[in-house]
Design a protein around this ligand. Structure first.
Ligand code: TEU
Ligand code: CA
Length: 560
């Protein structure tokens, strides 16, 4: 297998709005991030993925960009960005920027020009259509609810927005739009940034016939995703982007690609494809989705999680590369979702980290994951800020598809604001995030769960992550070894091996709050064993071929 620095790296995602406020306005900012660089160096990460920091009216917290080459007022200035980049580089940390080019803000000058007249030079940079029988051009539903089309009075046509109506979709069919985007990307790379995370990049090519989406019983709008996910020209566009920009630099690229299968992921990330380094898949994040998607959250089964992860591990083993993540700014906190955020918060956070970081792929840590931050359960819908959550609440509750109670429960379990409460730095007011009023309330558990406390405790989740990161640098097998699931049908234990040359890793994780016996299956040969990492005390003469795993216990053995 080809070796590459981005396969050997560990990435840390920062959601700037919620990371660290430097000036007391309640909003995290660039200077705040710069002030925490030493903390990140201590953790040992190689790359920061910065969620969008560009100029934005913040309808979707920066995922609606009004100027791709300027900084959001609340986050600081261009000078603050340069300082952040320089400080990161001095600390040996690379910066990967979020690239949001499926859509812009409706306040972007391109869109303002585009909507001004049908003859505008930029008319075709967005997707405009006349109505059909006085209605929208088709029945597609937006990801943030409602129609994906918005009527604009100026020219009496509709524009497409797969997300909010303040996020009009860019028209990638137009070559001058594409060229402008490649120029903008080049400008950032020339400035010294080290890569891109590409927002919903597999949505940029639409089926230009815009067929009606599938309509489910009792719903107003249809699901058009098969006409815009992995669309007809997607690979052509990415290969062009690669040729024009990416191939000229040694940078890291990861595409956010909801709905991709391992087979499709190979097309995006395969060796000779000249597209991207890796993609974020969503199959494991969708476990438990019901009729209303994540808003009708069902219990999940460990065997389903194992099957999903294994399909991806095996699917990209020969060609392509996995991104490994449990968390991001759109997902609930993993310790609440797949672990136990009460009695076994610390144990289960370490177990989950072990299970993920020992797989093949590049691991991503989302801010606060390294101290075991948990979901939050705000009582009132008014305490929530996320556009997806608020729109879904309005829609589902008013159409009586879910009761108020069911919806609040779903928000507590799966809502995006679970990931967006401020980073918990210490036990002072507002968890040390801000001296002012935070834009979203701090999780009330900050006195128990915070960075200061973690740094003082040698057994903390923080130091466990630090160790996992160090191990990856010391053992090639953690990066490059091939993966095999064992004990396939066990509903408590997730165990697998990794193999490289004559070495093996044995990874054993208990996903339950009950003890259970682990028995090594036949056929795994070794002459010596060495315990690399564990989250409970282990007796040095204890056999590992058969032993009792405590609640959420995790162990990794190196066999030779
Ligand atoms: O998310 C894309 C996406 O598919 C989301 O709908 C996501 O899966 C969902 O929030 C989970 O329920 C990206 C960004 O990560 C997200 O923050 C943006 O809101 C979205 O694109 C639009 O830019
Ligand atoms: Ca601020």
């Amino acid at each position: 297998m080809n070796q590459s620095w981005w396969k050997e790296s560990v990435i840390y995602q920062i959601y700037p709005r919620s990371f660290k406020d430097s000036n007391g306005d309640g909003i995290g900012d660039l200077k705040g991030i710069t002030s925490k660089m030493e903390y990140l160096r201590t953790l040992g990460i190689d790359v920061i993925w910065l969620s969008p920091i560009y100029k934005s009216p913040n309808d979707d917290n920066g995922y609606d960009i009004s100027d791709y080459q300027d900084i959001m007022d609340e986050f600081g200035t261009t000078e603050d960005f340069d300082e952040l980049l320089e400080t990161a580089h001095q600390n040996g940390i690379k910066i990967m920027m979020d690239l949001v080019v499926n859509h812009s803000s409706d306040e972007h000058s391109w869109f303002i020009e585009s909507k001004s007249s049908k003859d505008s030079k930029k008319r075709d940079w967005y997707i405009w259509k006349p109505g059909k029988n006085g209605k929208e051009p088709n029945n597609w539903e937006a990801c943030f609810k409602g129609s994906a089309w918005e009527y604009d009075e100026t020219t009496e046509e509709y524009y497409l927005h797969l997300f909010s109506k303040k996020q009009p979709d860019l028209n990638w069919e137009n070559p001058s739009l594409r060229k402008e985007i490649y120029n903008m990307m080049t400008w950032w790379v020339e400035k010294g940034i080290d890569g891109f995370r590409m927002d919903v990049i597999n949505f940029i090519s639409k089926d230009t016939r815009f067929p009606e989406g599938e309509l489910f019983e009792g719903k107003l709008y249809g699901n058009g995703s098969k006409y815009y996910m992995n669309g007809p020209r997607i690979h052509e566009f990415l290969q062009e982007m690669n040729k024009e920009v990416l191939s000229k630099y040694d940078i890291i690229t990861v595409g956010e690609t909801p709905g991709v299968t391992p087979e499709e992921a190979k097309l995006y990330t395969g060796h000779n494809r000249n597209e991207l380094n890796m993609v974020f898949q969503f199959e494991h994040m969708g476990l438990g989705d019901g009729i209303e998607g994540k808003w009708s959250n069902q219990p999940w089964k460990l065997s389903d999680l194992k099957q999903t992860m294994t399909r991806w591990q095996k699917g990209l083993e020969e060609d392509g590369w996995n991104s490994l993540y449990w968390n991001n700014h759109d997902q609930p906190r993993v310790v609440s979702r797949f672990g136990n955020d009460q009695e076994y918060r610390v144990e289960s956070a370490k177990m989950l980290a072990t299970c993920l970081h020992m797989m093949q792929g590049t691991p991503y840590i989302y801010q606060g994951e390294e101290i075991g931050m948990t979901n939050v359960a705000f009582e009132s819908i008014d305490q929530y800020k996320d556009i997806e959550t608020l729109n879904a609440y309005k829609d589902l509750v008013s159409e009586q598809r879910l009761s108020r109670e069911e919806m609040m429960k779903a928000i507590h379990d799966r809502g995006r604001d679970n990931a967006r409460t401020p980073m918990q730095w210490d036990n002072t007011t507002n968890a040390g995030f801000t001296t002012g009023t935070p834009w979203i309330e701090v999780n009330p558990n900050y006195k128990e769960v915070n960075v200061e406390k973690s740094l003082k405790d040698k057994d903390s989740i923080f130091y466990y992550y630090q160790k996992l990161i160090h191990l990856r640098k010391e053992h090639d097998i953690i990066v490059y070894g091939s993966y095999d699931l064992i004990l396939d049908n066990d509903e408590q234990i997730y165990a697998y091996t990794r193999s490289l040359h004559d070495e093996k890793l044995l990874v054993i994780c208990n996903f339950s709050s009950e003890s259970t016996t682990f028995t090594l299956p036949n056929g795994i040969d070794y002459t010596s064993s060495n315990l690399l990492i564990h989250n409970y005390e282990v007796n040095s003469n204890e056999s590992f071929t058969e032993f009792v795993l405590k609640p959420f216990e995790a162990r990794v053995y190196k066999l030779q």
